[in-house]
Design a protein around this ligand. Structure first.
Ligand SMILES: Nc1ncnc2c1ncn2[C@@H]1O[C@H](COP(=O)(O)OP(=O)(O)O)[C@@H](O)[C@H]1O
Ligand SMILES: [Mg+2]
Length: 210
């Protein structure tokens, strides 16, 4: 920030194993989103190493990072980030459209429909986001995040815009996915949401508390 360096993260060492479900907790400004953005290859640390699914990420160019994000990571955001003029099914198909080696046509539709049925939206495939509740929109976003079958699912305050009923519903679904083997790292500042994770890490001033 101008002349002043902000240490959003400072000396973070963290290992997440395949199949884990980790909640990152901490007060506002503690560095949770920055850490998640580094894990998601949206942000590159000034120094240090990050090895994702066995591959060192440091030094990759923009195109390689984009490919890693598309194929290795599924993102779920607080504000859903769906395309508003586009149907649920088209939103879910999007990550595969950016994957040049992925199937097209019927196989693409079939995969999106399978995932939407999996999140209980089999009867809402042609609805646009405005025709869906918040909880339903977040379930579309989860189906989208899983489209390329990524080894890592990242979620930044996934229930932050949902009422408590929809929040529980989304967390039940996260737990189910994790039980099926999906690795999940989720940021939340709510203890009852973090309780769904198997491991909690707490951040303060850019560091992971011991
Ligand atoms: N792009 C940026 N430029 C300068 N400071 C930033 C930037 N992004 C985040 N920060 C600062 O880094 C710290 C951590 O931010 P963030 O990771 O967003 O925290 P959290 O998600 O825990 O609320 C905060 O002090 C924030 O103000
Ligand atoms: Mg944040």
């Amino acid at each position: 920030m101008g002349q002043e360096d902000v240490w959003a993260l400072n000396g973070v060492t963290l290992q997440v194993k395949k199949g884990e479900f980790v909640a990152i907790m901490g007060h506002s400004g503690s560095g949770k989103s920055t850490l998640l953005n580094v894990l998601g290859c949206l942000d590159v640390p000034t120094s240090g190493r990050y090895i994702l699914d066995g591959t060192p990420v440091a030094g990759m160019n923009r195109a390689a990072l984009a490919r890693v994000r598309n194929q290795k990571i599924g993102f779920v955001f607080q504000s859903f980030n769906l395309l508003s003029r586009t149907t649920a099914r088209e939103n879910v198909e999007l990550p595969m459209l950016y994957n040049p080696t992925a199937p097209r046509g019927k196989a693409l539709h079939d995969r999106a429909e399978y995932l939407l049925e999996h999140v209980g939206l089999g009867d809402r495939m042609l609805h646009t986001p405005g025709q869906l509740s918040g909880g339903q929109q977040q379930r579309v976003a989860i189906a989208r995040a899983l489209m390329n079958n990524p080894p890592l699912l990242l979620a930044d305050e996934p229930t932050g815009n949902l009422d408590s009923h929809a929040s529980q519903e989304i967390m039940h679904y996260f737990r189910k996915l994790n039980e099926q083997g999906q690795t999940i790292v989720m940021v939340t500042h709510e203890t009852d949401i973090a309780a769904y994770a198997k491991r909690k890490i707490v951040m303060r001033d850019g560091k992971v508390l011991p």
